[in-house]
Design a protein. Structure first.
Length: 274
């Protein structure tokens, strides 16, 4: 390759790079849910760069600290909830506000509590106070939405929530119980395991029974203002299509790049259900 041709290619690449970065930063995917987000090379940041609006972290209470990990941390672990998520979220919100082209993108941090719900929440509540300025809150009967909403799943401290007049977190409801609890200030999401709701694994055609069952519970959740998620769903585009057709709000995945491509139509959708 001669020098002149190299220079022309270099200039074209340099011109395209900023456009690509800007486009990726402005992508917002309201259906994208990063399950086990902390497994990625850059927890939180990889999800944000791909336009995800929901990220999930498993949390254990260990020696007074909230540790992010998939299994009980018997050894010293420096991956705390504050270090991996809360501090970076504060920085993200601050930087976005100063940007010439700020992105209006509310985010939800799903915290999957793996230890005792009440004990863990007590520690979590103290920590969240440090980040009140960016967190959605419930106070004296009113909900104020801000840049980041914290939703607790796993071992949920339901009894503590019902007695609080001021809090910075919400709960994840059991989707199969949707419609049974009329509370309007406790839940923001309704979830359940995919296999407990749908038997179809992505091969062949989904049964009408599965569709009707899922659509019924989605409708109940939506009537109460909850977003719907099925965790443990197969990471297949065919399954994602069916979930969206049944009005499931959040697509749960460990494969953030693949889901991003799917939701931005970089991966062709399958044919409509017959």
């Amino acid at each position: 390759m001669n020098f002149g041709k190299f220079c022309r290619i270099f200039v074209v690449v340099m011109l395209l790079l900023p456009v690509t970065n800007i486009q990726s930063q402005n992508i917002i995917l309201p259906n994208a849910y990063a399950h086990n987000d902390y497994w990625h090379k850059r927890p939180l940041l990889d999800a944000l760069d791909n336009g995800f609006t929901y990220v999930e972290a498993d949390v254990y209470l260990k020696n007074g600290k909230l540790i992010v990990t998939h299994i009980l941390p018997y050894f010293k672990n420096k991956k705390t909830l504050e270090k991996l998520y809360l501090k970076p979220l504060l920085q993200y919100v601050t930087d976005n506000a100063k940007s010439d082209n700020p992105v209006n993108c509310p985010l939800t941090l799903m915290i999957d509590i793996k230890t005792d719900g009440d004990k863990t929440y007590k520690v979590l509540n103290v920590l969240l106070q440090k980040y009140r300025s960016i967190l959605s809150e419930y106070q004296n009967g009113e909900i104020t939405m801000r840049n980041v909403s914290v939703v607790i799943t796993g071992h949920r401290p339901y009894n503590m929530f019902t007695g609080e007049a001021d809090r910075l977190a919400f709960l994840d409801e059991d989707l199969k119980q949707a419609g049974n609890d009329s509370s309007t200030n406790i839940y923001q999401v309704a979830s359940c395991k995919y296999s407990s709701m749908v038997k179809w694994k992505g091969k062949g055609k989904i049964s009408e029974k599965d569709v009707q069952r899922l659509e019924y519970f989605v409708l109940q959740a939506h009537k109460s203002g909850r977003k719907v998620r099925l965790w443990g769903s197969p990471d297949k585009t065919k399954v994602w299509n069916e979930l969206l057709r049944c009005n499931v709000d959040l697509i749960n995945t460990d494969k953030i790049n693949t889901l991003r491509s799917f939701l931005t139509n970089e991966i062709p959708v399958v044919a409509k259900r017959l």
